[in-house]
Design a protein around this ligand. Structure first.
Ligand SMILES: *Cc1c(COP(=O)(O)O)cnc(C)c1O
Length: 230
């Protein structure tokens, strides 16, 4: 058994245990394998173990890997910061984008989505409290941005994404994930239909699942410590 295969099994067990602890159906939480900096061959190994959804942070790297692995019919998710002059290859290649944090990006992705493809599945990235990252809209901006994104023809707004700073104690992590969940619930009460919370990574997926995550994005625990990028 390769280490990727063993690691994937271990992550699936963690997800199952976290769902059991949270009283949630494990079918409600899907695993996105984050393959940034890892070669296509590593993705191929994970795919051989039944993993279908893969996350990429860098446009060129993700597009190249998706092309190299086109024979596998995998589902590609773009999860990194996106410059508006790089939306076209993302709209043409990916099934999902988790990192929409401004309307201009969403408008370009919708306009550039090829006619033959299903709508691009989108999460609005929100900068919840305690995040050092510059990415993500504020919680205050989220309602208007979500409504505008939901109205675009070639996008389908699915939910919210966040990358809270790693927290030492689980109580703090739970609070941050809980903020995203509460925002999603408020938006749904206001008439949106958001079924997705993309939150939780290798170190904190249990807390994220406890707080309601429906997609956990896991890299290191599957592929190992990343090589330096560039
Ligand atoms: C790298 C990355 C991940 C995965 O992080 P790990 O700690 O390696 O599991 C998840 N989400 C985003 C947005 C990332 O950039």
């Amino acid at each position: 058994m390769t280490s990727i295969s063993a690691n994937l099994q271990a992550v699936r067990s963690r997800i199952a245990a976290a769902c059991a602890a949270a009283g949630r159906d494990p079918g409600q939480v899907s695993l996105l394998a984050v393959a940034k900096t890892w070669p296509a061959e590593a993705v191929r190994q994970a795919a051989a173990c039944g993993q279908r959804a893969f996350g990429e942070n860098y446009v060129q790297e993700g597009v190249a890997k998706a092309a190299a692995l086109a024979d596998l019919g995998l589902e590609w998710h773009f999860i990194g910061p996106l410059q508006s002059n790089k939306t076209r290859p993302v709209a043409e290649t990916f099934a999902w984008v988790h990192s929409v944090d401004r309307l201009k990006l969403a408008e370009r992705l919708s306009a550039q989505r090829p006619a033959g493809l299903p709508p691009l599945q989108v999460c609005v990235q929100v900068n919840v409290s305690g995040e050092a990252s510059k990415s993500g809209c504020t919680a205050e901006e989220a309602p208007a941005l979500c409504r505008a994104v939901a109205a675009l023809p070639n996008l389908r707004l699915r939910g919210l994404m966040a990358i809270p700073e790693p927290a030492q104690e689980s109580a703090r992590a739970l609070r941050r994930f809980g903020e995203l969940r509460a925002l999603r619930d408020r938006l749904n009460e206001a008439g949106l239909q958001l079924d997705t919370l993309s939150m939780g990574m290798s170190d904190d997926l249990e807390d994220a699942i406890m707080a309601g995550a429906t997609i956990v994005r896991v890299g290191t625990a599957i592929f190992g410590e990343r090589q330096q990028h560039f």
